[in-house]
Design a protein around this ligand. Structure first.
Ligand SMILES: Cc1ncc(COP(=O)(O)O)c(C=O)c1O
Length: 380
């Protein structure tokens, strides 16, 4: 099959398009399908962006990023995680998405494979395919909090495997990997001559213990993060990859070619984001309130939440008591109740028909309305 023919669309987009059609006809739709913060960016970032524009700095930055942002992030890793990271190891990319396309272009030869959790963030598979690689989707469940475990690595790692991916807090599950497991996985990947890629984009949005960075356990881990979620900056397109020294130059060469550089104004504005703890805390505590509301209400309606999600803004619920076809259920729920949630099939194939993802990146008022609508839909 040609490479492009292996690239799947985001299936939830069809649902979203239908939701928009219904809205255009005057219906109100409660959106619990979208994986994007409903808050706008903290004000100091917007102020900083205006300053950058007024200064006339509209030029490219160096390919690996604005040095001021790399240095600020390096200091931030020290204060946030107590790890020492040289600024030049922090490569600034157009969103975390840019980091993934960069990394897979650098790390993979055609036909090499990467271990991914299923269910998991769907774009990963496609980034790997675009780089000519093979995504190996490993079925994961509640036993490992929906993350890859050491046993999974031992059972699924092949001769052609180059990396394993951990996303914690997870999308679609919101669950955190046990730090001890992250540590052994980092070690195992290194032992096998491969890489651990740790997607830490939902760090900071945790509702209990905070998540340690994989870099606390191994200097060989590759970390991907970005400003989109914790700092509500999806539209600014700034993220980063932290790579071992040996990968800096190969990455630089690819960055020069595929992006030239991440957006200059966004990079400089993002420096201000690292000083907005109070604003982030306000968003985090609001997410937590919504999370607790849903954790209390969803099981009453028959949605089983097997592992309590302690991060991101997602709840991955088992709908087995309600339906054996979560996709049909989601379409019905949209058409008949005006509530949009994402079917499990968007995140893989393992137990997909029994699961849906609720996103609580919507106001508590709307979420309450969504629950009331689901309740009457199920009763009808
Ligand atoms: C797990 C995960 N990683 C990466 C991304 C991409 O984020 P960015 O906006 O930084 O490209 C997303 C976005 O939804 C995500 O859920």
């Amino acid at each position: 099959m040609r490479r492009i023919d292996q690239i799947e669309p985001f299936r939830v987009m069809q649902l979203l398009e239908r939701a928009k059609e219904l809205e255009a006809k005057g219906q109100t739709i409660i959106h619990m399908e979208i994986g994007e913060p409903d808050f706008s960016t903290p004000a100091p970032v917007i102020v900083k962006a205006h300053e950058v524009l007024d200064s006339g700095d509209t030029f490219y930055t160096p390919s690996t990023g604005a040095p001021e942002l790399q240095q600020t992030l390096s200091r931030w890793y020290q204060s946030e995680y107590d790890v020492s990271i040289a600024p030049e190891r922090i490569l600034i990319t157009p969103g975390a998405s840019g980091a993934f396309s960069l990394l897979y272009s650098v790390l993979l030869e055609a036909g090499e494979s990467v271990l991914l959790p299923d269910p998991g963030y769907p774009c990963q598979r496609n980034f790997i395919r675009l780089a000519g690689g093979i995504p190996l989707n490993v079925p994961v469940g509640p036993e490992s909090r929906y993350h890859l475990s050491l046993e999974h690595l031992q059972a699924h790692w092949r001769k052609d495997t180059r990396a394993a991916v951990v996303i914690s807090p997870g999308n679609p599950t919101g669950t955190l990997i046990d730090p001890a497991e992250l540590k052994v996985i980092a070690f195992e990947c290194h032992e096998r001559g491969g890489w651990l890629i740790s997607d830490e984009i939902y760090h900071g949005l945790t509702y209990g213990s905070s998540a340690p960075t994989a870099l606390s356990f191994s200097d060989n881990a590759i970390v991907v993060n970005g400003f989109s979620k914790r700092w509500a900056m999806t539209g600014w397109r700034v993220g980063w990859a932290i790579v071992p020294e040996a990968l800096i130059n190969p990455c630089r060469r690819v960055m020069q070619n595929i992006f030239i550089a991440a957006p200059t104004i966004s990079q400089h504005a993002a420096i201000a984001a690292l000083d907005t703890d109070a604003e982030v805390e306000k968003m985090r505590s609001e997410y937590d309130e919504r999370r607790r509301f849903l954790l209390a209400e969803l099981p009453k309606l028959g949605f089983d939440i097997v592992v309590e999600p302690q991060g991101a803004f997602y709840i991955y619920a088992n709908v087995g008591k309600i339906t054996d076809d979560s996709k049909a259920f989601c379409w019905d729920l949209l058409e008949k109740a005006g509530v949009a949630v994402t079917p499990g099939e968007d995140f893989g194939t393992h137990l997909a028909p029994q699961h849906v993802r609720f996103s609580y990146a919507n106001s508590l008022v709307n979420i309450r309305e969504g629950i009331a609508r689901i309740k009457s839909f199920l009763a009808s």
